[in-house]
Design a protein. Structure first.
Length: 299
């Protein structure tokens, strides 16, 4: 009798732990960023009356799809993750979840997200979801081990969330939605190059061909950071030019873009982990603040 009680108690402790491991497999912090971007695109694309039910359907479907994509990404990279200090404690390399279980989980919730988009949202959002899943899992992830251009390729699906939100409420892809897509597309490069510079030794051990690994002197990485930071400034002003926002957003976007570029230039000059971390911090401040001004300055 005592043995059965102990076993039951152990099972109670294991189940929440296993559940948390599966949640971790979805990359919750990334899902949060994706949902935030989707909400912004949806809100800017909506009319005076916000269709709350449609928004909820869009967010549920997007969360499922994003979580499934993250799980499939971790399944694919489980061997490389085991070689890097920053990822060795993830559920798969740590052995807390098996490869078969993670693959089935990722495929299942990805499929559920796509079906949800098709049934409860619209075809435009569905096809954007298909593109995101296919290009991220089947192109970006495997190419990381073959070319540093994977960062460019991954930026295409990575910028989809605000466009998906726009398409969910509008039923189409338009120039206004594409302007939001372009902002997120360009924002990614200084952000991910900062991460790549900080963890270049880890990436090298895992065989991931990030630009700072392939060209360790950092010259090309520095040029890319500055170039994308410069182009982001005028592109981020497009929502006002297209009549989506008022001039409050215009001024905020200009100041934020100059600030982001400032930290990019500092990183490009110093090429140190300290400055790269500051650039990373600037990137995670830039985006939500820019989104805030997009929302409050909506026309």
């Amino acid at each position: 009798m005592r043995g059965n009680t102990d076993t039951a108690a152990a099972n109670v402790g294991v189940m929440p732990s296993a559940l948390l491991d599966y949640v971790e497999l979805t990359k919750p912090s990334v899902v949060w960023l994706i949902l935030m971007s989707t909400v912004v695109g949806f809100y800017l694309g909506s009319s005076a009356t916000l269709p709350v039910a449609l928004l909820l359907h869009t967010l549920i479907a997007t969360a499922l799809l994003a979580g499934g994509t993250g799980a499939l990404n971790q399944w694919w990279e489980r061997v490389a993750d085991a070689k890097m200090r920053r990822t060795e404690n993830r559920p798969l390399p740590a052995g807390r979840i098996g490869a078969t279980g993670s693959l089935g989980f990722g495929l299942g919730i990805s499929a559920a997200g796509l079906i949800y988009l098709l049934v409860a949202v619209n075809q435009a959002a569905f096809w954007l979801g298909v593109f995101t899943l296919a290009s991220y899992v089947l192109l970006y992830t495997p190419l990381k081990y073959h070319t540093h251009q994977s960062t460019l390729i991954g930026a295409f699906p990575g910028a989809i969330p605000p466009l998906l939100g726009w398409a969910a409420v509008r039923g189409e892809v338009s120039i206004e939605g594409l302007s939001l897509y372009a902002i997120l597309f360009l924002w990614q490069f200084p952000h991910f190059y900062a991460i790549a510079w900080m963890y270049r030794d880890d990436y090298a051990k895992a065989g991931i061909r990030m630009l700072p690994v392939v060209q360790p002197d950092g010259v090309s990485t520095a040029r890319q950071i500055i170039a994308y930071g410069i182009v982001l400034i005028p592109v981020s002003l497009a929502p006002t030019i297209l009549g989506m926002t008022g001039w409050v957003y215009f001024g905020a976007a200009l100041l934020l873009g100059l600030g982001y570029l400032y930290y990019g230039v500092r990183t490009a000059r110093a090429r140190t982990v300290v400055e790269a971390r500051k650039l990373l911090q600037a990137s995670v401040i830039y985006l939500p603040v820019l989104y805030l001004f997009l929302v409050i300055s909506k026309q």
